[in-house]
Design a protein around this ligand. Structure first.
Ligand SMILES: CC(C)(COP(=O)(O)OP(=O)(O)OC[C@H]1O[C@@H](n2cnc3c(N)ncnc32)[C@H](O)[C@@H]1OP(=O)(O)O)[C@@H](O)C(=O)NCCC(=O)NCCS
Length: 253
């Protein structure tokens, strides 16, 4: 995909810029003024899509319409966030309350094999979550943890991910982005989403030493909202993650 290749090509520059973050699927901008709307317009025209995480929605949408064009679409997601201690306490409770069936296994990878990447990407696709590209899952841009559960037959039935994608001098220093949670349709509603999200947060806290976990979720996704809340993250009232999309572009959860 051209957009993902653009991001990969720009990674050396993104990595040096506190106001930018490589989200794997799209570029995120933390402080538009620091980058300059002229530069952002060029990037947006190339990519067709650009993200603005943890912002005041109305103000950001007004800026997007002013600088990129009134026809640009601006879908938004609720923001959930939680401080380390609160999240780890809730996630440990989820972990200890869960029992996996005999023969099921949990795994965590920072540099997954091509086989694992394909299995996780397929599960994401089947559940309507646009997957991360392979290089991103291999932590070649930023550290990314991929966690998953296999059933007794070896199939990947649940997955979640945590990306340590924000620059240490940027506005979201110390924050990680958790998400990409997918549970196979026939396995839903038994606590697997909550469990794999919790285990990914626990494991990533150890590996990335984050201070704040964030997740983005569509307002009309009650299962995901309940799952995230059970892991100790609270809805950040007034904050949204906004995406600017050229008319006709599509972005999934
Ligand atoms: C979201 C998703 C990962 C949840 O996984 P799951 O295994 O079905 O969820 P769990 O069984 O762990 O339940 C988590 C919480 O959601 C609640 N829940 C589950 N299904 C629900 C539903 N359809 N409506 C409302 N709440 C629901 C559960 O009661 C639980 O809350 P609780 O701890 O307060 O009781 C799964 O539905 C999925 O893969 N959806 C498609 C992809 C997606 O939307 N991913 C999230 C992107 S942000």
């Amino acid at each position: 995909m051209t957009l993902q290749q653009n991001l990969r090509d720009r990674q050396p520059e993104i990595g040096k810029t506190p106001s930018l973050a490589n989200g794997g699927r799209i570029l995120h901008v933390l402080n538009p003024e620091e980058i300059g709307w002229g530069t952002l317009r060029e990037i947006a025209e190339q990519d067709g899509i650009i993200g603005f995480p943890l912002v005041q929605a109305e103000q950001t949408i007004a800026q997007i319409k002013e600088h990129l064009g009134a026809r640009w679409e601006t879908p938004k997601w609720l923001v959930y966030r939680g401080a380390r201690a609160q999240v780890l306490k809730a996630c440990s409770e989820v972990q200890f309350a869960a029992t996996l069936p005999e023969g099921w296994q949990v795994a965590h990878h920072i540099t997954p094999s091509d086989q694992v990447i394909t299995e996780v990407q397929e599960l994401n696709l089947n559940t309507g979550v646009a997957p991360y590209p392979a290089y991103y899952m291999k932590s070649e841009a930023v550290p990314v943890l991929t966690s998953f559960i296999r059933d007794d037959l070896g199939s990947v039935v649940a997955t979640a991910s945590v990306a340590d994608r924000y620059h240490p001098q940027g506005r979201l220093a110390g924050h990680v982005f958790a998400g990409m949670v997918s549970v196979g349709a026939t396995y839903r509603g038994r606590g697997l989403g909550k469990l794999i999200n919790a285990l990914a947060l626990i494991e990533s806290a150890e590996r990335f030493n984050w201070e704040v976990a964030t997740e983005h979720v569509a307002a009309d996704n009650p299962a995901s909202r309940a799952m995230i809340a059970a892991c100790g993250l609270d809805e950040a009232e007034g904050l949204r993650s906004v995406i600017a999309m050229r008319p006709g572009e599509v972005f999934t959860r």
